[in-house]
Design a binder for this molecule. Structure first.
Ligand SMILES: [Fe+2]
Length: 195
């Protein structure tokens, strides 16, 4: 066990963690896609599923280039993020709000992956693993692009749609206020009598 505790060991451990995380995400992304009402959002999740499959293949290449067995190690972090996503999908939200929340869930996963791949690229570079660094950088760039795409969808109308839906829900839910405002002219007239 002379090698225990080296950066190389930590690197392999982290690669296994991400191999498992990506596999978990291939099961989660179709659920996020299915729960989406906005067709562009559904497509974003579907195309990221394809990318994720490519990222798994890329990790296998990284293991091969390091002469390591392809193996995953349960990733608790992504399991937690996926659990949160599941809770969101069980909520009784209107379509627009659900889409906004699905983006939030998706971006949590992307940011987790960006942090992990950022570290992996830096460690690969520090140890002089040129080919793994290149492959991991490609995945990091894909995760960043997926995150940006989700931000664009959120800020390009989905969040506003959810906010507008909340406002119209409020109006529907407060008929008493509408009734009260009808009486306002009368009360104004009364107060107009004040000297
Ligand atoms: Fe990924």
């Amino acid at each position: 066990m002379a090698e225990a505790g080296t950066l190389h060991n930590a690197f392999i451990d982290e690669l296994r963690d991400m191999y498992d995380a990506e596999k978990q995400l291939t099961k989660e992304l179709p659920k996020l896609a299915k729960a989406s009402s906005n067709p562009k959002l559904r497509q974003a999740f579907e195309s990221h599923l394809q990318e994720t499959q490519g990222q798994i293949a890329r990790l296998e290449k990284v293991f091969a280039s390091l002469d390591e067995k392809v193996r995953g190690k349960h990733c608790d972090g992504i399991t937690g993020i996926i659990e949160e996503g599941k809770s969101i999908m069980e909520e009784d939200f209107n379509d627009a709000t659900m889409d906004a929340c699905l983006i939030a869930a998706g971006q949590r996963a992307e940011h987790y992956e960006m942090a992990a791949y950022g570290t992996l690229v830096a460690w690969a570079q520090a140890m002089g693993h040129t080919e793994p660094a290149k492959l991991l950088r490609q995945t990091l760039d894909e995760e960043k692009a997926a995150d940006k795409k989700l931000s664009r969808l959120a800020e390009g109308g989905i969040n506003q749609g959810a906010a507008d839906a909340a406002q119209s829900d409020d109006e529907d839910a407060e008929p008493a206020t509408v009734g009260a405002s009808k009486k306002t002219p009368t009360s104004k007239a009364k107060s107009g009598n004040r000297r």
